[in-house]
Design a protein around this ligand. Sequence first.
Ligand code: DP6
Length: 366
Amino acid sequence: MTVQDFIPKSYSKTVERGNVTWESPSNIALVKYWGKKENQIPANPSISFTLSGCKTKTTLSYSKKENTSDFSFEVFLEGEQKDSFKPKIETFFKRIEVYVPFVRDFHFKIETENTFPHSSGIASSASGMSALALCLMSVEMELTNDGYSENEESQKYFTNKASFLARLGSGSACRSLEGDLVAWGTHKEITGSSDLFGVKYPFKVHDNFKNYQDTILLVDKGEKQVSSTVGHGLMHNHPFAEQRFEQAHENLSSLIKIFKEGDVSKFIEIVESEALTLHAMMMTSMPYFILMKPNTLEIINKIWAYRTETNSKLCFTLDAGANVHLLYPENEKIQVLEFIKNELVAYCQNGHYICDQIGFGAKKLA
Ligand code: DP6
C-alpha cells in the first residue's frame, strides 16, 4: 500500500452529527523505534507487545459546521477541559487532513480517560492517538456507503488506515491497534510490513510468550526530561546512527527465530540490549542526556542478581525515561510479584507500580 491509497476520493453520505467510542491500549517496544525521517517515517523497524491493561478510552462527538476554514474541537480529560492538549491535536489534524478531509467539516468534542494514572509518567500518546485515530475512522465509515466494514478486505483497510493516521499523531501509536505483537517499519522477513502503519506479527509465536507479564515500576513520575520528538531528532547526524538502524533490523530477524522456537534466554539478551542501546544513543548524542535515575540502575542490578540466583526469566526494558518495565513469563507471576514487593518497591516513587499483561488490541465500545 502507498500513501495515495489513504486519500479518499469523495464521501457518498452526509451526516449531521453522531458519536463514537473506542478504547485503545498502550504498547511497549522490544526493538525500539528511535530516529525518524520526514512525515513520521521510522528510521528502522520496531516491534512491540500490546499492553492490554493500560488503555485510553475516547469518545468523539461530531456535529456538522458551516465554516470550514478552521479546525474546531474541544478536549476533555476525565471530564475536565484540557486546553493544554490542543496544540498536539491541532498538529495531528493538520497532518491528517489530506487523508480525512472531513475534519474541517465538523466540530468535535473529544472526551478521553486513561485506565492508568495520568501523572504516572507512562506515555499516553500511543493509546490516546490510536483511540482518536480509530474514532476518526469510524466517522469516515459513517460518511462512506454501507458495506465499508462488511468484508475482510474493508476491515483490513480500516485498521491499516487507522494505524496510518495514528502514526501521524505519534509514531509508536501505530503499534497500538492490534493485539499481542505488532511490527512497524519495513523489514525484509516480515510479510506485509510497512513504514506507513503497524501490522499484526504474522508468524508463529511459541507458547512461552503467551500472556507474557509486564509490570511497570514507576521510578520517576515527573514530566519527561526530553520529549520523544526531540530525542528522535538527535539521531540526525548521530555518530552511531547507521550502525544502530542496521542493528534494529538484525535484532528483529533474531526475534523472529526466538518467537518461533520459544528461546526466552535469547529473548532476554535482545530485549535488554535494545533498552540499553536506546539509552546509549541518548548518552552519545549532541546534546547528550542521561534519562535513567540512580534507582533505574539499582533495579537493573537487582534483576540481574535475581536471575543469577534463581534462574528466573525475568528481564527489563526501558522507554525514553527512568521507569522500568519488567517482562516475565506467566508461570513466574507469583514469585516475581513477591520479589517486586520485597526488593524493588523501595526504588519506586511512592512505592508505585502497575501490573499489566500482554494481550488484546483496541475495541469499539459504542
Ligand atoms: C522510546 O512514538 O513517542 O518509546 O513519533 O515523536 O511521537 P513520536 O515518538 P514516540 O517515540 C517512542 C519511542 C520509544 C520507543 C518505541 O516505542 O519504539
